[in-house]
Design a protein around this ligand. Sequence first.
Ligand code: DUT
Ligand code: MG
Length: 154
Amino acid sequence: MSSVQVLLSRVDPGVPVPSYARQGDAGADLVTTEDVVLAPGERAVVGTGVAIALPPGYAGFVHPRSGLAARVGLSIVNTPGTIDAGYRGEIKVCLVNLDPVTPIELARGDRIAQLIVQRVAQAEFVEVAELEPSERGASGYGSTGGHATLGTEK
Ligand SMILES: O=c1ccn([C@H]2C[C@H](O)[C@@H](COP(=O)(O)OP(=O)(O)OP(=O)(O)O)O2)c(=O)[nH]1
Ligand SMILES: [Mg+2]
């Protein structure tokens, strides 16, 4: 796994810097700086207390944590959130409670998301009259099968 130095500033010095729970992990855990209670279906933007300066050619992606997703239904509205290399503000997370019944209570310092730093390319879009053919062509949206049968299709 490659490593890249990312400068970080704590806009809230009371919370820990993002850290990888285990060696080789792709995601570094981010915490909420705020206590928050999310009713079923409710969303809230929370701070993480950190700002970063990614090198050009990199982006950060804010993903949900699987454990919280499975246990209580916590997710992120815009998953994965995109952190542009030029962004210097506090990383924020737009949390959502996907559980239909039970509220989610989060406390300051809880690990609520994970940041994945990846290399990215900026495309140079070149318009052409026609795209060259491929095996897949324009087949998409389940064209290869393997999807569940919808109730309406039974
Ligand atoms: O989960 C997220 C997603 C984005 N951002 C910050 C960093 C990112 O660089 C900036 C803009 O994000 P995005 O491009 O997704 O939002 P937009 O609605 O297109 O805003 P803008 O017009 O500023 O690009 O907001 C976060 O802090 N957390
Ligand atoms: Mg944008």
